[in-house]
Design a protein around this ligand. Structure first.
Ligand SMILES: N[C@H](CCC[C@H](N)C(=O)O)C(=O)O
Length: 323
């Protein structure tokens, strides 16, 4: 039997599959198909993608994370997902400080004490951070880097910052709540279908400043659409917040980042050319579904979710946090 863990970070839900536990390996084409099958199922709980855990041959790494969006596309990074993978590996190997291999870096994971009854709280490193056009990539925009720039092709009133962490993000700070819905949806949709600016697509994040070290972020994700939260989006937006509004950010203190699914905290590190973000937030294991390994690809998967009870604990925690 194989176990499909049903997990989330700030209600950004994934199925998590440890392929190191399978008898037969699955290649990326099969994993991409499985991600689409799970997220398009009419009977399974909703998921934004598939987190694949595998072994790692890198020193200091106790595992490797691969990320597949719900449309089957591969993502180079996933912040909410890395917190869930980190918790899974911490419990598998009984460790609290370690690294996880990701596409472009081996990243630090730290297991904090639970932040509330039944709510795991995990800190993960989000890196590398790059601004060069080739890193995103973006094209046909006359900027060597996009930091708080007007881009009339995208908006007649918003300014934008764009960075790879290392997945691609486009960020804007808005004042009007209306910008968080239709304008965000329209720009996100436009830049995630064939277009002349972001050939690989881009995660689009609109944020509101709520106060010193306090923001709200809503994201239209590449390969998914609107999600309750995007860990890398909240991390990249925190970096942009510190860069563009230094008077509103004390980098020695965490930033509270609220999102439609809850709240995370970030710490931005802007040491010369070594920029990175620590993302701290829940890693809720809602439950798991068991399926015969041979059926994963070939048969419908039934919703026999065995629940852990953690979702009730998470919702109780969310009730206690105020924007
Ligand atoms: N849609 C993203 C990957 C998932 C990121 C998000 N779920 C997170 O928590 O960072 C991309 O294609 O770059």
């Amino acid at each position: 039997m194989s176990k499909l863990h049903y997990v989330h970070g700030s209600e950004n839900h994934f199925f998590l599959l440890d392929v190191d536990e399978l008898k037969d390996s699955l290649d990326d084409i099969q994993l991409s198909y499985l991600a689409q099958k799970l997220s398009h199922s009419d009977v399974l709980p909703y998921s934004d993608g598939l987190l694949v855990v595998d072994h790692s041959d890198h020193a200091e790494c106790i595992g490797q994370m691969k990320v597949f969006n719900s449309d089957g596309s591969v993502a180079s990074m996933c912040g909410n997902g890395l917190r869930c993978v980190g918790r899974y590996l911490a419990e598998k190997f009984n460790q609290t400080d370690f690294k996880v291999q990701t596409t472009q870096a081996d990243l630090n994971v730290h297991v904090f004490d639970d932040i509330a009854k039944g709510v795991s709280w995990i800190g993960v490193q989000i890196a590398p951070v790059k601004f060069a056009p080739a890193a995103l990539p973006y094209t046909n925009l006359d900027f060597d880097q996009i930091i708080n720039e007007e881009i009339p092709e995208f908006s007649d009133h918003l300014k934008f910052t764009s960075m790879a962490v290392p997945n691609p993000h486009l960020i804007s700070f808005v004042e009007d709540d209306n910008d968080l819905e239709e304008p965000l949806f329209n720009l996100g949709t436009y830049l995630n279908q064939p277009n002349e600016y972001y050939p690989d697509g881009v995660n689009v994040n609109f944020a509101k400043i709520l106060g010193k070290n306090k923001i709200f972020v809503r994201t239209f994700e590449r390969g998914v659409g609107f999600t309750n939260a995007c860990g890398t989006g909240m991390s990249a937006t925190s970096m942009a917040f510190a860069m563009n509004y230094p008077e509103s950010v004390d980098v020695n203190e965490p930033i509270d980042v609220f999102n439609p699914g809850g709240k995370v905290q970030t710490r931005v590190h802007i040491e010369l050319d070594n920029r990175w973000i620590q993302l701290m937030g829940n890693a809720t294991f809602v439950g798991y579904i068991e399926a015969d390994e041979v059926d994963l690809l070939s048969q419908p998967i039934q919703n026999n979710l065995v629940e852990s009870g953690e979702e009730a604990d998470y919702l109780a925690f969310i009730d206690t946090i105020k924007q």
